[in-house]
Design a protein around this ligand. Structure first.
Ligand code: SAH
Ligand code: SF4
Ligand code: F3S
Length: 473
């Protein structure tokens, strides 16, 4: 079955089902990976990173071992992202390399293409017609069926493409091999129903659907029991958590229940300004283990552009929410996403974006040039701004954003903050970790401290990171 954007766009109230035992490994492949190696390449957001953690565990269930070099692999997985054109280009370039490898060195190499790009109709068709050497193609809804696809391909020696264009169900009990022993991603909801006019995600990830609270709490409890210190609750739009359930339970309720598991640190991304309630702000401010860091994408400072984007809030509503969060959550840090060069964005619209950045002084902002995505409403809007102008806008915005990143970091100088040390820093002899407010800190400390949450005195600040020393407590 191939994906279809038209089908994906028709959202209905059809019931979402949760399946608890849909993951099976056919006997023919249960030991297929013995002595074989896999290599996985992951593009895109945390959700894809977490999906790759599932794919790794599934492959290891079939006895494959992971390698860090593509050349050594017997099976290569490429987990793709469709959010912008450059994500696409990177993947297509990489496919060329893999094809070369398959033709020149490894004729038995099994190639797997999955993730958000596979959900796109044009891409799935292209793989079917022009990339027949790609063995397995599956989308974001059927990761758990990888063993079945592998069995089929081994049996038939033919390409197998299965991408669901249905709105998606929820599959529990898929194994996971987590990249970290200390911090874990936990999906709380899948898909997105917001349909911002520029965005491909509602088509590639399907209908918004929340996992049942008890399944989430069970997962967090088992993480606590295995020694995990931090969970990040994941969703495209976590503030809408629970809206699709019939049980009168929302993100504020979930945050309370997750906080009560006793895990040291709770984070959550991404918050859409539209669904942010006072109750959530209240809960975040009350629990010490809910981190005071909010990613609150604004996208544009111009009401005209926000309307065209379908973001459903105004500049003033956003500012009011931002100020409320700042007032009610002590020391909170706030980051954002901004798109420049949306179709029809004038100099005046862009100035409004700069103004709002000056007003709100974000801790961090991820900035992008608008990239038209086939099948989205914005892709059909007239866009007369030359790329050169868009690039200039991005550069102007970035220098402002960097200025405020440093400005906010300077407030940390001389202060002692709690840092969870996660691993080695790029800098010699240093470990790296994050403050509760999500500031990256490099600290001189021995490996014994990896996985610990420790007090650190900040001795130097830069735009993107802080430097610190351990404090004896
Ligand atoms: N669900 C999240 C966003 C996920 S995508 C939210 O709504 O906040 C991450 C970011 O990519 C978006 O916030 C947006 O800034 C950017 N983005 C999405 N589609 C884009 C496009 N077509 N062109 C450029 N940037 C885009
Ligand atoms: Fe895309 Fe908007 Fe959904 Fe975020 S909320 S994933 S930007 S459609
Ligand atoms: Fe990319 Fe899909 Fe995430 S398009 S940003 S990997 S949801």
């Amino acid at each position: 079955m191939l994906p279809n954007l038209m089908d994906a766009k028709i959202r209905n109230k059809s019931e979402v089902k949760t399946y608890y035992d849909d993951y099976v490994i056919p006997p023919s492949v249960s030991e297929y990976g013995k002595g074989k190696k896999y290599f996985i390449l992951t593009y895109g957001c945390q959700m894809n990173v977490h999906d790759s953690e599932n794919i790794k565990a599934i492959l290891e269930d079939m006895m494959f071992d992971e390698v860090s070099s593509m050349d050594e692999a017997d099976l290569i997985v490429i987990n793709t992202c469709a959010i912008r054109e450059n994500a696409h280009n990177k993947v297509m370039g990489m496919l060329g390399r893999i094809k070369h490898l398959k033709e020149t060195k490894k004729h038995n190499l099994i190639t797997v293409f999955c993730g958000c790009m596979a959900q796109e109709e044009v891409i799935a068709n292209k793989l079917k017609n022009d990339y027949k050497w790609v063995d397995i193609v599956f989308g974001t809804h059927n990761i758990h069926k990888l063993p079945l696809y592998l069995a089929k391909v081994i049996d038939s020696h033919k390409q197998d493409i299965e991408v669901y264009s249905i709105e998606g169900n929820i599959y529990e009990n898929i194994p996971v091999k987590r990249d970290s022993k200390y911090k874990a991603w936990v999906n709380i909801m899948l898909g997105c129903d917001k349909f911002c006019t520029y965005c491909i995600v509602p088509y590639t990830r399907g209908k918004q659907r929340s996992r049942m609270p008890e399944d989430i709490i069970l997962e967090v409890n088992s993480l606590v029991n295995s020694g995990y210190k931090e969970v990040t609750l994941l969703g495209q739009n976590v503030n809408a958590y629970g809206k699709d359930l019939d049980i009168n339970y929302n993100l504020a309720n979930l945050l309370v229940d997750v906080a009560k598991t006793g895990i040291d640190r709770i984070r959550f991304v991404t918050s859409h300004p539209w669904d942010f309630t006072d109750e959530m702000i209240d809960v975040i401010s009350k629990f010490d283990n809910i981190m005071p860091y909010i990613h609150l994408p604004i996208q544009s400072g111009s009401d005209r552009i926000l309307k065209l984007m379908g973001r459903k809030y105004t500049r003033d509503e956003y500012i009011t929410l931002f100020n409320k969060i700042k007032e009610m959550i002590p020391n909170v840090s706030i980051s954002t996403d901004i798109i420049v060069g949306f179709p029809g964005e004038s100099d005046a619209d862009f100035e409004e974006t700069l103004d709002i950045v000056k007003l709100l002084k974000y801790d961090l902002a991820y900035t992008f040039i608008y990239s038209p995505r086939e099948g989205t409403p914005a892709a059909k809007m007239e866009d007369l701004t030359p790329m050169e102008v868009k690039k200039k806008r991005l550069a102007t915005l970035n220098s402002l954003v960097n200025h405020y990143a440093l400005y906010n970091n300077k407030k940390y100088l001389g202060k002692t903050v709690m840092v969870m040390l996660e691993g080695h820093s790029d800098k010699e002899n240093k470990l790296m970790g994050y403050t509760d407010t999500m500031k990256l800190v490099n600290v001189k400390a021995s490996d014994d401290f990896i996985g610990e949450i420790v007090p650190v005195k900040i001795t130097d600040v830069k735009t993107w990171s802080l430097e610190g020393e351990l404090v004896d407590d």
